[in-house]
Design a protein around this ligand. Sequence first.
Ligand code: 5GP
Ligand code: ZN
Length: 116
Amino acid sequence: MSDDCLFCKIAAKKIPSTVIYEDEHVFAFEDIAPQAPVHVLVIPKQHIASLDMLTKENSDIMGVVMERTAHIARLLNVNDKGYRTIINTNSDGGQVVYHIHVHILGGKPIGAMVSR
Ligand code: 5GP
Ligand code: ZN
């Protein structure tokens, strides 16, 4: 838990959110500004600022986060038609909140990636 981190506060329920899933290690909640009919953020409860901060020592949790992301997509019933997962990293990557998170976007065709 980082005291000045928005998503740590959301995971600790010090700031309200619409909770989609929670266990010992992982927390998932609706994005406040959804970009698709389904827009959920999946985070480790452990504070890791960004993908750029991932190391051999702390990276096991991201395997758990990705497996739970697939589970949550099934809970939300977007798995059959499909969905997009995004991890924005640092400023050029469009990261705004510096607690690593996986966006799940679905419920409509998300469209082609930009800059391809
Ligand atoms: P990033 O650009 O860092 O990958 O994504 C951050 C996401 O967090 C954005 O999609 C933004 O809408 C969402 N967000 C920012 N503040 C809050 C908040 O207070 N509550 C929730 N539920 N989502 C937030
Ligand atoms: Zn945090």
